[in-house]
Ligand binder design. Sequence first.
Ligand code: KG4
Ligand code: ZN
Length: 327
Amino acid sequence: MKNIILAIETSCDDTSIAIVEDFNVIALKTNSQIEDHSKNGGVIPELASRLHSENIFNLINITLAEANKTIHDITQIAVTQGPGLVNALQVGVTVAKTLSATLKIPVYGINHIEAHIMSPFIGMKFKEVPKAAVIAVASGGHTLIGKLNTRGIEIVGSTKDDAIGEAYDKVSKILKLGYPGGPVIDELSNSFIGENDLKAPVTDMKGFDFSYSGIKSWVLKNKDNYPADKLANAFQTSAVMQLTNKIDQLVKKTKYKNVVIGGGVSANSLLRKQIENDKLNIFVPKLIYTGDNAAMIGYTLAYKLNQNKIKPMKLTMDAKPRMKIGE
Ligand code: KG4
Ligand code: ZN
C-alpha cells in the first residue's frame, strides 16, 4: 500500500500543509504571515499562533483538493514537534493529534531542523539519499553544522549568538530595508558593481561554532559612512564566508564527498555560488523548499518510515520547543 502523508508545519510564521505520496510532494500550500509580522519588524509569537489557528483547517482542505485526495485517503500524519515557538507548534500538534484520533491513523512528530537537512533530497527515493555527508542548516533561528552518517546526525558546531538569517534580518532593520532581510540584502548586495574595497571582518570561532553578532555590530558602526549597497555587499561576503569556511574545514576533517545545506538562508545567491565545487556533490533544496514548509516534514517522515526507526507519537505527547535531533 502507498503511504499518503498529510504533513503539517506551524513552528514559526508559516502555516504550511503538504501531501507527500511515497517520496513525492503532490501538493504544498503555505500561508506566510510575513505581511502580518513585518509591521512589527519581527515575529510576534502570540499573533503567529492565532493566525495558525485561523488558517490551518482551510489550508488542509485546499491542499487535499489540490492533491485530488480526501482526508480518508491519508495513511499517516507528520507534524513539526519542535524546535520552534511553543504556542505556534501546539496549534499544529493539536490538530495533528485530533485528526489522528478521529481517523485512527498514526501521527509522527518530526524535528524541524532534521527536516531542513532532508529538504534537498525531496523527491529522491530512500536508496538514492547519501548516507554520509557534511550537513549545515542556515536559517532565521539556527546556524549549525554537523555530520550525517549511518549513526544518524551529529551536530558539531552551532552559533553562540545570532543565527545567520537573524543577522540578515537585523542588518536589514539597521539599513531600514524591512523584514525579512535575507532576500532584500541578497539583492542589494548583488546590485553593487565592481570590486568592493570595503571588507567586513570574518569571524572565526574556535572549532565549528559560529558567531554573527560581531558582523551585525560592524554594520551598525559603519552605517552612516558608506552607501547601503556597499555595506550589504561587504556584510554578505563576510556572512557567507564564515559559513563556507566551516563547511570546508569539516569536509577536510571528515573527507566526506557530500555536502548538504538547508534552511531559509540556503536560498542565498552568493552561498549557492560559493559552495559549488567540482570535487564534491552539493545538495541544496529547490528554492520552494528553502524556507519553512510542510513538504520537508512529510518527506522526512517518508524517509524515516523506510528506515524503520520512527515510532508514532502518543496522544499525551506535546510540542517540544527545544527539541533536539534524535529526541
Ligand atoms: O528556514 P526559515 O524560513 O525559518 C527558520 O526556520 O528560521 O529561514 C528564514 C530566514 C530569514 O532570516 C530570512 O531573512 C532568511 O532565511 N533568508 C535569506 C534569504 N532568503 C531568506 N537569507 C539570505 N539570503 C536569502 N536569499
Ligand atoms: Zn526553519
